[in-house]
Design a protein around this ligand. Structure first.
Ligand SMILES: C[S@@+](CC[C@H](N)C(=O)[O-])C[C@H]1O[C@@H](n2cnc3c(N)ncnc32)[C@H](O)[C@@H]1O
Length: 211
């Protein structure tokens, strides 16, 4: 099944960084997790340790305005519902710091203690958890935000309220190692979804809803 995606024209300047090696190990993991659900304790340990090792200089590289412009655009044009907002794979909080001045972030969740140790706890409650098995009730989130993060389709579907929205951002567009096209995102989610999408700065974004 192919779910419909509306591509909105960009309203702020964008710059393509190019494409990425589709066989990059993190790309392979991203595809396998989204389409096959291939995730276990060994893989969680491997991914967590990679990001622990990258955490010390992550924030400087990933919080520039040109990178986060795609998240800003999604928040402005994504027509997001009010209510509980959960960020998955928050890392060092580059996205959390953009969202927090606009609306509360009810929880910013990540697997890697190293990444979380660099995040600003004044922006959101920081929670260490695995997004494949979240300590959250069904349908609790009105908005789920994911920047450069692995997609666990069944778990996102479980925690998202019926009229909720998923914000999917790749801040380096097609060259983001953890990258899925918008079409891959909506087609990985269980059931019927629609999405609006666009690009801004160096990034791409989509907001997906059921229906
Ligand atoms: C590419 S980084 C992105 C960090 C941040 N969102 C940003 O854009 O700067 C991916 C993040 O997802 C986290 N992550 C990967 N798998 C996860 C999982 N199963 N549950 C929670 N976090 C996970 C990693 O620890 C890492 O911090």
């Amino acid at each position: 099944m192919t779910n419909p995606v509306e591509h909105l024209p960009p309203v702020v300047p964008f710059r393509e960084l190019g494409t990425h090696n589709v066989e990059h190990p993190m790309r392979v993991v991203t595809r396998e997790v989204a389409t096959l659900g291939e995730w276990d304790a060994e893989r969680a340990g491997f991914v967590g340790s990679i990001f622990d090792s990258l955490s010390s200089d992550w924030h400087l590289k990933h919080s520039e305005a040109e990178r986060t412009a795609s998240l800003v655009d999604a928040l402005q044009r994504g027509d997001l519902p009010d209510g509980c907002l959960i960020e998955l794979g928050c890392g060092t909080g580059a996205g959390t710091a953009v969202i927090a001045p606009v609306r509360p972030v009810n929880a910013a969740i990540d697997l890697s203690p190293g990444m979380l140790s660099h995040a600003d706890p004044s922006c959101a409650p920081l929670v260490r958890a695995d997004a494949s098995n979240l300590p959250l009730p069904d349908s609790c989130a009105h908005v789920v935000v994911m920047l450069n993060m692995l997609l666990f389709p069944r778990e996102v579907d479980r925690i998202l309220a019926p009229d909720g929205a998923l914000v999917w951002v790749n801040t380096a567009g097609e060259s983001t190692p953890i990258h899925l096209t918008v079409e891959e995102v909506v087609d990985s989610l269980p059931g019927a979804w629609t999405a609006v999408a666009s690009r801004a700065g160096t990034g791409t974004w989509c907001v997906a809803r059921r229906g």
